[in-house]
Design a protein around this ligand. Structure first.
Ligand SMILES: Cc1cc2nc3c(=O)[nH]c(=O)nc-3n(C[C@H](O)[C@H](O)[C@H](O)COP(=O)(O)OP(=O)(O)OC[C@H]3O[C@@H](n4cnc5c(N)ncnc54)[C@H](O)[C@@H]3O)c2cc1C
Length: 253
């Protein structure tokens, strides 16, 4: 929903349309990933080199082998594949995301080389707003409609002001890399993230909540939204591996 900056917020820059979003973008843009890749890597142990066609001839045996590898945490056969995602999400999601170091490659848009666009995160109506309990043992519950309205209004006002300050600095000749310091972590950024099934499973084990998880995790909802979309794309590419991940408690091998 684009809106205009408040009148007089920026003296020299033209008013930029500010966009507020309550969702994230996740697109699988490139991949080389299939269950056969797992079988191929695993069977070199016992059968040496073999053709990919040969591997898909006995589906039940293939399913059993993938399940065994997952259950006994033989992880390396799950690394011989690659998925590249384009992700657009708030900066606070990227801060959490990039803590995942192993088996991930990242390239993010630059706030030094390009003017950052005014796209900001606001919680959607279904986003649970209220935290109850103590650290380490709490749950999130729905806020009232008034609390939602208050949160969205406060964020929108703050975002519009900080973006106006950013634009004013740029208009006065201040470098993008300096002016961006005024922008908040609710600003959307974009990146390519490349991973393999093993590193994605580790990510999903920590960044999603799931009834089949043997070890529960309590991720922030916004990174979970990214994880859920990545998982849906991956499940379509590697259905046997995905089923074995779920069946073995969503613990990465
Ligand atoms: C719910 C939740 C809350 C969190 N809260 C905080 C917080 O308050 N503050 C904060 O700073 N972080 C926080 N984190 C981030 C967390 O500590 C991890 O940095 C993040 O989840 C990435 O996990 P990882 O290190 O296992 O992943 P990766 O970096 O991808 O590593 C994968 C695996 O490789 C191994 N590994 C990687 N690097 C090393 C190493 N240097 N030495 C030994 N083994 C290594 C480990 O087995 C690791 O599990 C939180 C994460 C979650 C899911």
């Amino acid at each position: 929903m684009p809106t205009d900056l408040p009148d007089g917020a920026s003296t020299s820059a033209p008013a930029a349309p500010v966009e507020f979003r309550d969702d994230v973008t996740v697109e699988l843009i490139k991949h080389s990933a299939s269950d056969t890749d797992v079988l191929w890597a695993a069977r070199v142990s016992t059968a040496g080199e073999q053709s990919l066609d040969e591997l898909s001839k006995d589906p039940e045996r293939s399913k059993g082998l993938i399940n065994y590898l997952m259950r006994d945490r033989h992880g390396s056969p799950f690394e011989h594949n690659s998925m590249t995602f384009f992700i657009s999400a708030p900066i606070f999601v990227f801060r959490e995301f990039m803590r995942h170091r192993v088996g991930w490659s990242y390239n993010e848009e630059s706030g030094r080389y390009r003017e950052l666009q005014p796209v900001f995160y606001v919680p959607g109506p279904d986003r649970k707003l209220v935290q109850q309990g103590r650290p380490g043992k709490y749950e999130f519950v729905h806020g009232t409609p008034e609390q939602h309205k208050q949160a969205v209004a406060a964020m929108e006002e703050s975002y519009a002001q900080s973006y106006a300050a950013y634009q004013a600095m740029l208009a006065d000749g201040i470098a993008r890399e300096v002016a961006r310091a005024t922008l908040p972590v609710g600003l959307f950024s974009s990146m390519y993230a490349t991973c393999n099934a093993r590193s994605l499973m580790h990510f999903l084990g920590l960044r999603t909540q799931h009834e089949m998880a043997k070890v529960p995790s309590f991720p922030q909802r916004e990174i979970e939204m990214v994880g859920e979309r990545m998982e849906a794309a991956w499940a379509g590419l590697m259905p046997l591996t995905h089923a074995a991940f779920n069946g073995n408690g969503r613990v990465a091998p």
